[in-house]
Structures are given as structure tokens and as C-alpha cells.
Unconditional design. Structure first.
Length: 381
């Protein structure tokens, strides 16, 4: 035991002589970016949309349904970004130094400064023949988005080298490598707007009322052969029947200011009453693929958001976020505990060795024991 205590004392004494830099709080991605992680999709049902939604906006997107209530559903599209790296800069970091690190790996990117592409103060764009580097300023947080025009041959090595350089210079508080971010957007089915040019002077606008049942209120469509639809259903979904009905009246406006009331023939698929929303939606997507029937216009309820996978800086014990675990991490943790030196969220998570929700003296001692070799793993108490 005396030998162990001597090792700890020697380590602490040596630590007193080590200069500590870059330990101020980093800025984590803020909520205005629509922060989510992959766990956000675990409670959603995946949908085989056959391209009906994903072809509209997000190439190769995965489609999910988020059911909030029996009558309230969101359609969520998530599209991975395989050629992009996103990282968040510490609030005290020199942004030009960040750009210089990227230039060292992608020479010439600093020469491609494009202020005219910036639409917001404190945002700028660099580019070279291989990549673009965007800097965003959101509510006190700087984040960089590195977009590769083509998939690099040395993809894994490039990702690791950029991470190491940024982390060892204490420039970043989060780092998401290739494929660890995705666009996602929430969409609703909503009443559609259809326009028929019956005459140049007539514009008719019809609203479809039943938006909660994907297999009701299907527009007639000039090129849809409903007899063929019924034949298809008989083969693939026995018991489902096409039924025509009259829509609620709607108003037709004419250029001279006059109006008239009109109804339309609409269609629905009966026999599907016991299906869930997702099951009905998948049948709707199947009919879209086979016959081009699209029930309603679709729109995003919010702008593009971003989902995040694995933050490469998340590593138990790495309090300084430099990809290494050393006595400097103990110093940083002790300063946080004793004097309130701030840590960003990633650093706090890494410092919480025992996982009880907050870094404390027990975590500091366990980290020290691991560094000096008393404990073989950080999990050893």
C-alpha cells in the first residue's frame, strides 16, 4: 500500500509542473441545429416507402414514422452524410488555426475563401478542388462542416489525422466523422392542392379532407386505371376493394370574379380499416410505385435538421479531449471539482468515470489510479 501511495504522490507532484492549456469550456452543438442522435430513431417504425418520400428530397434516405397519437403522425426522413465531417470548436479557439489545420491536410483550401457565399455574419466558406469547409455561427457556438466533393481513397486515415491534429491543439469539443451525421426532416401528410386546367380562365383548388388515412381520399388522376388497381389488389392484397365516392363541394374561382361549387370523384381502398397507419402508408407507397397514385402533397413541417452518431471525442477519462489519457486529465477534472473550471458536455461525460451523472472526487481518484497503473481499467473501483 505504501508503494501505491508513493506512486500517487509522485504523480501528483509531477503534475504540478505540467502546463495545462485549452481546458476552458467548449461549445456543444446547440438545439437550433435540431440536435438528435441515432437513438432518436429507435422508437420510430421504419417504412418501406419505395422511393415515394425519399426520392423527393433526401437521396438514399431511410424513412420512419413517429407516432405521437392515434391521429397524429410524423414521417421522418434521415439521410446519412458519408462524405462530411462535422466538428464543434471550443469557445476560446482561434478559428484561423482551425482552418490552417484543415489546410495542412487539404492544401489550397485556405486560398479558396468565398465570402460572397456567406449569408450570415461570422460565417465563411473555404474551398479547394477536393473539398469545401463551411463555418457556422449559431448562438455562441462555432461549428465546421467539411464536405468532400468525392469520397477520398484514404477516408479513414484522413478522418483520424484531422481529428488528432484538432484535438491535440485543444481546438474542438465534438467531432463527428464520415457517416456520423445525417440530415433529417419531419414531414406531415396534409390536405393537398390539385390544379386542373379545364380552361385557361378557371383555376380549381380542392382540399382533401381525410389526412389521417393514407388509403382514403385518393385523387382520381387522369392516367390512373382503377380497374387495373383493383386487379392488382386482388392479386397482392385480397379483400381490399377500390371504392369511388364524391368529394365535399369546393369553390371554383373564375377571372371575372364569379365562383361556382364543384365536387370531384375520389377513391379509397376499403377493407383496410384494421391496418395501422404504417401498414396503410406502405400500401399507399406500393400503389404509388405501381400506378403513380400520390395521395396528398407532402411538406416538411420544419427545415433541415441534423442527427449525430458517434462523437469521436467521447472516451472515458479523456477530460481534455486531446485523444490521450494522462495526468493532465486528472488536473483538469480536479480544477473543475475544486474551482469550478468549466468543462463542455463531452468533457463532463468523459470525466464521469463511474457513470453516476456528474464528475466528482471518486472519478478523479479512479482516473488517477488507472493512469499510475494501480487499476488495470477505468471500471475498476
Amino acid at each position: 500500500m505504501n508503494k501505491m501511495m508513493k506512486k500517487i504522490a509522485a504523480a501528483l507532484l509531477a503534475a504540478a509542473c505540467i502546463p495545462v492549456t485549452g481546458l476552458t469550456a467548449g461549445a456543444d452543438v446547440v438545439s437550433e441545429w435540431g440536435v438528435a442522435d441515432w437513438t432518436s430513431f429507435r422508437d420510430m417504425e421504419p417504412v418501406n416507402d419505395r422511393g415515394m418520400f425519399s426520392d423527393l428530397e433526401y437521396p438514399d434516405a431511410k424513412v420512419f414514422v413517429h407516432t405521437m397519437s392515434e391521429q397524429d403522425h410524423e414521417i421522418v426522413l434521415a439521410s446519412a452524410r458519408p462524405n462530411e465531417i462535422v466538428f464543434v470548436v471550443r469557445e476560446d479557439a482561434d478559428l484561423s488555426e482551425v482552418a490552417e489545420v484543415i489546410d495542412s491536410h487539404l492544401p489550397g483550401i485556405l486560398d479558396g475563401y468565398k465570402p460572397e457565399e456567406c449569408y450570415k455574419e461570422d460565417m465563411y466558406v473555404y474551398e479547394c478542388d477536393k473539398a469545401k469547409l463551411f463555418n457556422y455561427w449559431f448562438w455562441g457556438s462555432h461549428a465546421f462542416w467539411l464536405y468532400m466533393r468525392e469520397e477520398p481513397e484514404n477516408k479513414a486515415a484522413l478522418e483520424a489525422e484531422i481529428l488528432l491534429d484538432l484535438a491535440q491543439k485543444h481546438l474542438i469539443s465534438a467531432y463527428y466523422g464520415f457517416g456520423q451525421t445525417a440530415y433529417f426532416g419531419k414531414w406531415y401528410l396534409q390536405p393537398g392542392e390539385y390544379y386542373d386546367n379545364l380552361e385557361d380562365t378557371v383555376q380549381e383548388k380542392r382540399y382533401i379532407e381525410d389526412i389521417n388515412d393514407p388509403l382514403s381520399s385518393l385523387p382520381a388522376g387522369k392516367d390512373i386505371d382503377w380497374n387495373s388497381v383493383q386487379t392488382y389488389l386482388d392479386t397482392h392484397h385480397p379483400g381490399y376493394t377500390v371504392e369511388a365516392y364524391e368529394s365535399a363541394p369546393y369553390t371554383v374561382y373564375v377571372d371575372d370574379g364569379s365562383t361556382s361549387q364543384k365536387t370531384d370523384t375520389l377513391y379509397r381502398i376499403v377493407g383496410t380499416e384494421e391496418l395501422s397507419f404504417v401498414e396503410k402508408l406502405e400500401v399507399m407507397c406500393e400503389l404509388w410505385e405501381q400506378f403513380g397514385i400520390r395521395k396528398l402533397m407532402i411538406r416538411p413541417c420544419e427545415g433541415d435538421e441534423m442527427a449525430y452518431g458517434q462523437n469521436a471525442l467521447e472516451r472515458p477519462g479523456d477530460v481534455t479531449l486531446d485523444t490521450d489519457i494522462s495526468i493532465v486529465d486528472v488536473i483538469a477534472l480536479n480544477r473543475n471539482i475544486m474551482t469550478g473550471d468549466p468543462l463542455c458536455d463531452t468533457a463532463k461525460q468523459n470525466a464521469d468515470i463511474n457513470g453516476d451523472g456528474s464528475p466528482d472526487e471518486t472519478d478523479s481518484l479512479n482516473l488517477l489510479k488507472y493512469i499510475v497503473g494501480i487499476n488495470e481499467t477505468l471500471e475498476d473501483a
